[in-house]
Write a new protein. Sequence first.
Length: 414
Amino acid sequence: MTDGKRRKGLMAASALLGGVLVLSACSSSDAGTSGGGDKTSQAEVDEAAAKKTSEAQIKITPKGGSDNASINNAAGVTVSKGTLTEVKMTASDGTEVKGEISADKTSWKPSGQLERATKYQITATAQDSEGRAAHENASFTTVSPQNSFIGTFTPDDGETVGVGMPVSISFDKQITDKAAVQKGITVNSSSGQEVACHWFSTQRMDCRPEKYWQEGSTVTLKLALDGVEGADGVYGVQQKSVTFKIGRNQVSYVDAKTKQMKVTQDGKTVKTIPISAGSPDNKTYEGQMVISEKFKETRMDGSTVGFTDDDGKGEYDIKDVPHAMRLSTSGTFIHGNYWGKGIFGSVNTSHGCVGLQDAKGANDPNTPGAWFYNNSIIGDVVVVQNTGDKTIAPDNGLNGWNMDWAQWKAGSAA
């Protein structure tokens, strides 16, 4: 080989060797022999990729963004594949809602009922079996008064009432889907009596058995109306159970002709009291009437029930009527009377009420008015007879007993 050829070969070998060295240098740099900044970045990526996220799965109800949420048992937090470590619920004004994590730490519920038309936020934290944390949050707004309905009911929980006391529910909105609402309401008696409900209007439903309640029985009213659509876009918010007791069986019979009242308990007459019923011009309604309210003293103004004189003032205005018990919404009472002299058992003089002899100030326990008041409870029945007037309307007070059973059941939406 000539010197020229040898030099050309060495140059080629050198170039080839140089290429190898360059390629080796690039390979070594990727392996971490140079470029320290690249090494740190890659390590972080590798560590993040290797690290698993928490397996705990948190679920908040209602769904975030809901604007018609229930105020009852709808709000809450649950977790699967983990346990809850912290839950916080606050109203839009910053007020914290009290609640408790369950014993097994898999759920949380508010301790009480929420407010209507209020925005709430829930934040929850949980951890899985390896202690890795998971977080979730959601905001929602509860149903507004305009888009919800409530039923005001009587009697109240824990009361002891007379055998004639119906369950009466008045709704604050018109109910157009009566069947849906009635399906969410149940009334049962420990006596086993069949109970039927009757709609008097779109805003009132009463429930009763065919005959008076069995004395000594227990009646339970359950309202499962939470989320029930009573009208288009109007939902129930109540989830409640009410229990009341039926006392002794007291039914009193007022005879406007003889002007006497016979008070019976459990079918036996316990007292006969002289009375004065409505005058011939203002006859007392006939029929079965239920005592719905009691007042030791009350004002009775004739102008409030249509009894006015020529100048528009009430034909009577007595500011201290003693021992008054309401029998109708329209103003029929059975009450004490201290201003009438010699009328009891003799003449009917009232504007439609039933009067009993009494004393001014309602402090004499020995008067017939005081005795009857003290021995009567809400729900007792007063049957008025022989007045010559029409029978009281079943919806005028708690007086559905004046409708026969077939008619009563026909008013059910079930």
